[in-house]
Design a protein around this ligand. Structure first.
Ligand code: BGC
Length: 263
C-alpha cells in the first residue's frame, strides 16, 4: 500500500511535541504541506518546521490557543492556499480527586480538549465545504482526525475532567461524521493508550512502567509513531471508506486485561 499526500495541506494542533510532532513528521514525509500549531512551545515547533523544510518537505509553525482558532486557520490558508486534513490533537491533563477539583481545572481541560477540538473542526468544515473535492488530490473533500484517548471508554478515577473531555470527543466526532459525511468529508478518531511522550514520562519509566504494563496485553508502552502511522492512514485515501470510526491504538489496553482470570 502506497500512501501519498502529495499536494495536500494538513494542520496539526499541539504539534510541538509527542503524538502531534510525530504525526506532523509522518504527514510531511508522505508529501503533505504541514501547519504545525503550538500553544506555548514556540521553539520546538519552529525547530520541527525547520527540520521538515530542510528534509525537502514544507512546514510552518503557527502559535494559537483556543481563543485564536479562526486566525490560525486563516493563516494556514494564507500560507498554503488549501486545507485537506485536520488533526485535532491538542490536549492536556489537570488531574485531581473530583471532590477537590477546581472549576478552573475542569474548565481548562474541557476548554482545550473538547471545545478546542470543536472550534478547529468547525473552522476546517467551512474550508472543506468551500473547497469541495479537489479532483486528483484526494477522494474526500476533507478529513478530520480527532485525537481522543482510551479514556473515551475507560473511566479514570482522579481524572474526571480528562475522561469527560474524551468521552465528549467521541460523541463530537461521531455526531460530526453523521452530519457532514454526505459532503464527502471524512471524520474519524484515534484513541491512544499509554504512549511514551514527555507528558507521560513518570508513568512510563521504572517501577511505574512495570505497573502500567499490567494494563497492556501487548506488553509494551506505545511510541508516538504508533499513533502517527494510524493518523497517516486515516488522513489518506487508503482509508476512504472509513467514516465515523475510532481506531484504538493501545496495545490492547481497552480489552480490560484485569479481567483475565478474574470476574
Ligand atoms: C493519557 C495517558 C495515559 C493513557 C492510558 C492517555 O489518554 O494521556 O496519560 O497513560 O491515557 O491511561
Amino acid at each position: 500500500m502506497q500512501i501519498s499526500l502529495d499536494q495536500q495541506v494538513a494542520l496539526v494542533t499541539g504539534a510541538s511535541s509527542g503524538i502531534g510532532a510525530a504525526t506532523a513528521i509522518a504527514l510531511a514525509a508522505a508529501g503533505a504541506s504541514v501547519v504545525l500549531n503550538y500553544n506555548s512551545q514556540a521553539a520546538p515547533a519552529e525547530q520541527l518546521a525547520a527540520r521538515i523544510n530542510a528534509e525537502g518537505g514544507r512546514a510552518i509553525a503557527i502559535g494559537a490557543d483556543v481563543a485564536q482558532v479562526e486566525a490560525l486557520f486563516a493563516q494556514a490558508i494564507e500560507a498554503f492556499g488549501f486545507l485537506d486534513i485536520l488533526v485535532a490533537n491538542s490536549g492536556l491533563q489537570k488531574d485531581g480527586p473530583a471532590a477537590s477539583l477546581s472549576l478552573d481545572d475542569w474548565n481548562r481541560v474541557i476548554g482545550v480538549n473538547l471545545t478546542g477540538q470543536f472550534l478547529c473542526a468547525r473552522a476546517a468544515l467551512n474550508i472543506f465545504r468551500r473547497q469541495g473535492v479537489r479532483a486528483g488530490v484526494s477522494k474526500a473533500a476533507g478529513k478530520i482526525i480527532h485525537m481522543s484517548s482510551v479514556h473515551q471508554l475507560i473511566p479514570w478515577a482522579g481524572h474526571v475532567n480528562y475522561a469527560a473531555s474524551k468521552g465528549g470527543v467521541d460523541m463530537l466526532m461521531r455526531t460530526l461524521a453523521q452530519e457532514v459525511s454526505q459532503q464527502r468529508i471524512r471524520i474519524n478518531g484515534i484513541a491512544p493508550g499509554a504512549i511514551r511522550t514527555a507528558i507521560n514520562r513518570t508513568a512510563t519509566e521504572g517501577a511505574a512502567e512495570q505497573e502500567l504494563l499490567k494494563l497492556i496485553p501487548y506488553g509494551r508502552v506505545g511510541d508516538p509513531e504508533d499513533v502517527a502511522n494510524a493518523a497517516l492512514w486515516l488522513a489518506s485515501d487508503a482509508s476512504d471508506y472509513v467514516v465515523g470510526s475510532t481506531l484504538f491504538i493501545d496495545g490492547g489496553m481497552s480489552l480490560y486485561p484485569e479481567f483475565r482470570g478474574n470476574g
